[in-house]
Design a protein around this ligand. Structure first.
Ligand code: 0O2
Length: 202
């Protein structure tokens, strides 16, 4: 398994480089044509071997490269953090229409937040990677969210999401309330942005 995993890792590393390049080109082109950059920052990672094993065990699968490829959809993870709520959807449409990255699943946790209060837009994509044997498709998860959503998700991830024991209900409720407060703030900032755009037009 360890040896096969090295080969798999090579594919994932190549796919991540391809994804980073394609997204960066798309965003540069968008900025050039619209004179506007919708993205604050981008983070990428390859899931650690231990986290992959944990996820497979949690889902009840044995640790094989086949199971990693078929059941761990986020070995490659990209997080695109946008300025405003409307920018999230602009970036999603950009990826959908780019023609190189194939979007095969979308989860809009902004319209339908998770029970925890988590909001974000998830895309599962296939990235074509050119290897010696030909072109292969490698899966990746792209999370698109605002800075406000990222603030909540990053802190909740540390405080509660990865917590091994039972998080008390009152804390869960409080975190949920923080998530709804943040959504309200996102809407307010979006409205200010709209007003400023109108002022700029005049
Ligand atoms: P990590 O440590 O962030 O990588 P999957 O588990 O991916 O096979 P699922 O559950 O349908 O299938 O995936 P989902 O919900 O589309 O996406 C899971 C990822 O979203 C998580 O990855 C987190 O990054 C994020 N996420 C989902 N729910 C929450 C939440 O309540 N709080 C926070 N902070 N993040 C969340 P991992 O691998 O679980 O964790």
């Amino acid at each position: 398994m360890e040896e096969n995993f090295d080969e798999l890792l090579l594919k994932y590393t190549a796919a991540l480089k391809t994804l980073e390049t394609q997204i960066s080109i798309l965003l540069q082109d968008f900025e050039y044509k619209n004179n506007y950059n919708p993205v604050e920052h981008i983070k990428t990672r390859i899931k650690s071997y231990d986290s992959i094993v944990k996820k497979l065990k949690k889902k009840g699968y044995s640790i094989t490269t086949k199971n990693i490829e078929n059941h761990v959809h986020d070995v490659i993870g990209m997080r695109i953090v946008c300025s405003f709520l409307s920018d999230v959807y602009k970036v999603v449409r950009l990826i959908e229409n780019c023609g190189q990255i194939e979007v095969h699943q979308q989860k809009d946790y902004i319209t339908n937040p998770k029970d925890s209060g988590y909001t974000s837009y998830h895309l599962l994509v296939y990235i074509p990677v050119n290897l010696l044997d030909g072109i292969i498709l490698v899966e990746a998860e792209i999370q698109v969210r605002t800075i406000a959503m990222d603030f909540w998700a990053s802190l909740e991830h540390k405080l509660s999401y990865k917590f091994q024991g039972n998080v008390p209900k009152e804390i869960k409720d409080y975190l949920y309330k923080c998530a709804t407060d943040i959504h309200t703030l996102d809407q307010k900032m979006l409205n200010i942005n709209k007003k400023m755009q109108e002022i700029n037009k005049d």
